[in-house]
Design a binder for this molecule. Structure first.
Ligand SMILES: Nc1ncnc2c1ncn2[C@@H]1O[C@H](COP(=O)(O)OP(=O)(O)OP(=O)(O)O)[C@@H](O)[C@H]1O
Ligand SMILES: [Mg+2]
Length: 301
C-alpha cells in the first residue's frame, strides 16, 4: 500500500482500485472519510452500559460493503490512537489481505488449529496502532473453526491485547459464520448498500443475528450517492444515534429530523450487481432502525 497520496483531499486518480477503497487512509480529509469518523463516534456512544470493544461488521448478502466498512472503521479507530486489530473473519472468501496488498499464506485459520501463535501472523499496517490478522488458508470446515473453543479463547486473549477488534465477516444469510462471530462480539453493525440491498434479506439477517443473541447496534448505510438527501443528512447533521432515528431519540429530536428530511431520494431499478464503483460516494451512517427507505421506495415503482 503506497503512502503517496496520504494528504490528498481529493481521490487520487493514480490510486489502484483497492487503494481507493481505503479512503480514511488515502483521503483522510475527504467528506467520505468524515462519514467513517461519524460512524466511529457512534460506535463510541451507542452503548454506554456495554462498551463495544469487539465489533463484527456484516451484511445480509454479498457485495454490500462489509470489507470496505470494516477496514475504514478500523483505520479511523487506530487514527484516534486506539490499539486496533482488524480480523478477516470471512474464511470462505477472504479479501482483507488484498485490500492492504499483503500475503495471506498464514492467518486466523492457522492460529485456530494451533499451528502458530497470533503474535506470529499478525501484520502491522501502515497506520499507527493498526494490525491485521488475515483469514489464512480456506479450511474445509469454516463454521466448525469459528465455533471452536480455540476461537473463543483467541478472542478472549485478543481482548487483553487490543482496545478494539474489528471483524470482517461473511454474509449472514448465506452461511452461519457471521452469526458465530457476531455471538462473540460486543456489537454488530449491519451494512446495507443504497440502491442495492433489499429489505427482506435485511430483516432475515436481523432475525438470524437475534437468534444467537447478537447485540446488533446499528446499520451502516453504504454508498449513499453524493447528491442524495441522505448523504447531506449523514454528513452535515450527524444523522444517526441521538439525532432522531435511534430508538432512544427524543420526540423533539425525531420531529426535527423529520422536518429537516428532504424529499425521499430517488432510486434506480434494482440491479443484480453493484453499480460501477464510485468511492467518492461512500457514506457510512449508523442508525438504530432498519433503513426502511432502501427497498420501500423502490417497490412503489
Ligand atoms: N461505497 C461504495 N461505493 C461504490 N462501490 C462500492 C462501495 N462499497 C462497496 N462497493 C463495491 O462493492 C464491492 C464489494 O465491496 P466489499 O468487498 O466491501 O463488500 P462485501 O460486503 O465485503 O462483499 P463480499 O460479500 O463479497 O465479501 C467492491 O469491490 C466495490 O466494487
Ligand atoms: Mg467482504
Amino acid at each position: 500500500m503506497s503512502k503517496r497520496s496520504k494528504r490528498a483531499t481529493n481521490i487520487d486518480p493514480f490510486l489502484n482500485p483497492e487503494e481507493r477503497k481505503l479512503v480514511t487512509f488515502f483521503n483522510p480529509l475527504s467528506p467520505v472519510a468524515e462519514g467513517y469518523r461519524t460512524l466511529r463516534t457512534n460506535v463510541h456512544f451507542v452503548s454506554p452500559d456495554q462498551p463495544l470493544h469487539v465489533l463484527a461488521i456484516t451484511s445480509a448478502m454479498t457485495a454490500e460493503g462489509k470489507t470496505t466498512t470494516a477496514a475504514n472503521l478500523a483505520i479511523t479507530l487506530a487514527q484516534e490512537g486506539h490499539k486496533t486489530l482488524l480480523i478477516d473473519g470471512d474464511l470462505r472468501k477472504p479479501s482483507m489481505h488484498r485490500l492492504f496488498d499483503l500475503a495471506n499464506t498464514q492467518g486466523l485459520t492457522n492460529v485456530l488449529v494451533g499451528q502458530i501463535s497470533y503474535e506470529e501472523v499478525i501484520q502491522a499496517l501502515p497506520v499507527e496502532h493498526l494490525h491485521l490478522l488475515t483469514a489464512g488458508p480456506t479450511p474445509p470446515n469454516p463454521s466448525e473453526m469459528l465455533m471452536s473453543r480455540a476461537m473463543d479463547n483467541l478472542v478472549k486473549q485478543l481482548r487483553g491485547a487490543y482496545t478494539y477488534i474489528v471483524f470482517d465477516t461473511s454474509p449472514v444469510t448465506a452461511v452461519t459464520d457471521a452469526q458465530l462471530i457476531a455471538s462473540l462480539a460486543d456489537g454488530v453493525l449491519l451494512v446495507a448498500r443504497v440502491d442495492f440491498s433489499r429489505r427482506e434479506p435485511l430483516v432475515r439477517a436481523l432475525q438470524l443475528l437475534e437468534s444467537v443473541q447478537a447485540h446488533v447496534v446499528g446499520t451502516v448505510l453504504n454508498a449513499v450517492p453524493k447528491k442524495s438527501a441522505l448523504y447531506r443528512y449523514g454528513y452535515g447533521y450527524g444523522y444517526g444515534y441521538g439525532y432522531g432515528y435511534g430508538a432512544g431519540a427524543s420526540k423533539k429530536g425525531r420531529k426535527k429530523a423529520k422536518s429537516e428530511e428532504p424529499a425521499a431520494p430517488s432510486y434506480g431499478p434494482l440491479s443484480p450487481q453493484p453499480s460501477k464503483p464510485n468511492f467518492s460516494s461512500i457514506e457510512a451512517v449508523a442508525t438504530q432502525e432498519l433503513p426502511e427507505h432502501l427497498s420501500r421506495n423502490r417497490r412503489k415503482r
